[in-house]
Design a protein around this ligand. Structure first.
Ligand SMILES: NC(=O)c1ccc[n+]([C@@H]2O[C@H](COP(=O)([O-])OP(=O)(O)OC[C@H]3O[C@@H](n4cnc5c(N)ncnc54)[C@H](O)[C@@H]3O)[C@@H](O)[C@H]2O)c1
Length: 335
């Protein structure tokens, strides 16, 4: 007798992290289906499973998808995630990230024991009160994006207690890099993340890269962030799925490299990789930017056996560079 592959639904699977997840899942023998409204995702990134194009806030659409796919697990990446937009237009964030998530959970909780993995964020912690942020750090978000993610995490706790819906929330720090195949990678529009912006600048973006402040209490004065490779993040989800089979509950883990790199280090690393200077200008600090944002991921390592493979900044950034160079219409001679 042959066993059927486990059927998983990936919401937001046309996006940056979700598309890498689909690739990894299918490499591990899962059967994948994707739900995405393509608001920030890309149709061409859906290569490892059928795309159901629609919005997770649409109950009738979701009912049809669940009836068709009959998922045995759900990975939920679908969200808006631009902090400044969440401040100027919070309704978008509460509707898309909270209300639409609850709509998705209505479907999930009808399937007894169906596990759900949720993409949360370091933004739920707000201003860091320690050098590294572990799971016990106070959760005090300072913008609507962080608050929308924290609200969903809290709902997941309640849904486990009342309905027995098992879940795991992963708080990513800064996802970075691309699959070594370079057929998928980070492509947000507008792009707000530092590493893709640096490479876009090298590939000819006429707007100079902005460094927001160099008078922070960090070794070179610029902000320090924790960059974790997208495939390492996805591997944590695989481990999370396996863990949830044996340990039902509403779990939450912080996922980061545990090493911080400054904005200037990112620029210098890009220059070393590409052999090209990054055009940049120094401007004022942005309100709400903490000097350090670095994860303590020892709980994920110890409990899930998570072992990130891409530790060095250069290693992570090289995979991103290969992706950006391949998709750029401008040819670049850099290594
Ligand atoms: N990229 C990071 O560094 C980072 C850090 C922390 C947390 N996160 C979280 O990880 C998740 C994935 O991030 P990403 O960088 O891949 O973003 P992304 O924008 O590339 O992917 C999100 C995907 O969800 C889809 N989507 C959004 N709202 C939807 C809806 N209502 N219905 C159906 N599809 C919808 C988008 O079209 C897109 O394909 C998000 O939840 C984000 O908040 C990302």
């Amino acid at each position: 007798m042959t066993t059927q592959p486990t059927r998983l639904l990936v919401c937001g699977g046309a996006g940056y992290i979700g598309s890498h997840m689909c690739k990894l899942l299918s490499e591990h023998g899962y059967h994948v289906a994707v739900v995405d409204n393509l608001s920030t995702g890309h149709k061409e990134a859906v290569r490892w499973g059928q795309l159901y194009e629609g919005d997770i806030g649409d109950s009738a659409f979701l009912s049809r998808v669940f009836a068709d796919v009959q998922p045995e697990g759900v990975l939920h990446f679908a969200a808006k995630s631009i902090v400044s937009e969440s401040v100027s237009h919070p309704a978008l964030y509460y509707q898309n990230n909270v209300s639409a998530s609850l709509n998705l959970f209505e479907q999930v909780r009808r399937i007894p024991g169906c596990p759900l993995i949720f993409s949360s964020t370091a933004a739920i912690f707000g201003v860091p009160r320690s050098e590294r942020i572990n799971e016990a750090h106070p959760k005090d978000p300072i913008n609507a994006y962080g608050r929308s993610k924290l609200a969903v995490e809290q709902a997941l706790q309640d849904y486990w207690a009342a309905y027995g819906m098992p879940s795991m929330a992963f708080r990513y720090f800064n996802a970075a890099g691309a699959d070594p195949s370079a057929v998928i990678g980070e492509a947000h529009e507008p792009e707000t993340h530092l590493i893709p912006k640096v490479f876009q600048s090298i590939l000819g973006d006429p707007v100079p890269l902005k460094i927001f402040g160099d008078d922070y209490e960090t070794p070179d004065g610029t902000c320090v962030r924790d960059y974790v490779h997208v495939n390492d993040l996805c591997m944590a989800h695989l481990l999370g799925l396996r863990f949830l089979r044996l340990h039902r509950g509403a779990h939450a883990f912080n996922l980061g490299n545990g090493a911080g790199f400054s904005v200037r280090e990112v620029l210098k690393t890009a220059e070393r990789i590409t052999g090209t200077a990054v055009r940049h200008e120094l401007t004022d600090r942005r309100p709400g930017d903490p000097s350090h944002l670095v994860a303590d991921s020892s709980a994920a390592r110890e409990t899930l056996g998570w072992e990130p493979q891409h530790i060095g900044l250069e290693d992570i950034m090289r995979t991103a560079w290969t992706w950006h160079r391949n998709r750029s219409p401008v040819k670049h001679d850099g290594a």
